[in-house]
Design a protein around this ligand. Structure first.
Ligand code: GRF
Length: 206
């Protein structure tokens, strides 16, 4: 399975994938990484692992690339890598419906909540404020509607009375680092199928 990874930040999830591939526990090839930020530590992680990395952060003028420009460059780059799977791992830009629909490989996203609850940003803080007792992370198929595609896998934790948004972030990240390689392993083994029309067209029923 050829896997392309899109990142925006520290890339700790990318690192667990790199480590699992190198350890021989995840039989996939990470064919390339795209970062939409030039200061993402994920870039260093990819380079250290000799993975091709494209930084699509700034136009020649020094201004932030518009989403259309980003998508044009990202599509062309992804096409050269010919991935079987595209993984958004801490990728923080919203992609257009056109870009998503035109991808030649299925795309999955890692989201820090138990979807369909808490789509969008600052999930940990909202979960604390709402007095929830459980939290976690989800991996879902990317569709045009934000964080709303079919949920593939989830990992769950019980919230302690002493938890804060910060502690939840740390605890959820630990879960993410297990859920992401595990989910990609299930996809690579064909246990989880993404080439299923019903799955990619599934509309949320909640
Ligand atoms: C993850 O917690 C993810 O859920 C969130 O951004 C973080 C990315 O972390 N959307 P990293 O870049 O993989 O370290």
């Amino acid at each position: 399975l050829r896997v392309a990874v899109l990142v925006s930040g520290s890339g700790s999830n990318l690192q667990v994938l790199i480590d699992a591939v190198q350890a021989g526990t995840l039989p996939v090839e990470i064919v390339g990484v795209i970062s939409n930020r030039d200061d993402a530590y994920a870039i260093t992680r990819a380079k250290d692992a000799s993975i091709p990395v494209a930084v699509l952060s700034h136009a020649a003028s020094g201004k932030r690339m518009g989403i259309k420009t980003f998508e044009t460059h990202a599509s062309a780059q992804i096409a050269t890598w010919q991935p079987d799977l595209i993984v958004l791992a801490g990728f923080m830009r919203v992609l257009s419906a056109e870009f998503i629909d035109n991808m030649s490989a299925p795309m999955i996203n890692l989201h820090p909540s138990l979807l369909p609850a808490y789509k969008g940003l600052v999930t940990h803080q909202r979960v604390i404020q709402a007095g929830e007792r459980q939290h976690g992370c989800s991996i879902h198929v990317v569709t045009a509607e934000l964080d709303a595609g079919a949920v593939l896998t989830q990992a769950l934790l019980e919230i302690n009375p002493k938890d804060t948004a910060d502690s939840l972030q740390t605890r959820v990240q630990t879960l993410e680092h297990q859920l992401l390689p595990w989910t990609i392993l299930l996809i690579s083994k064909g246990v989880l199928s993404l080439n299923n029309e019903q799955l990619s067209n599934q509309k949320p029923t909640y």
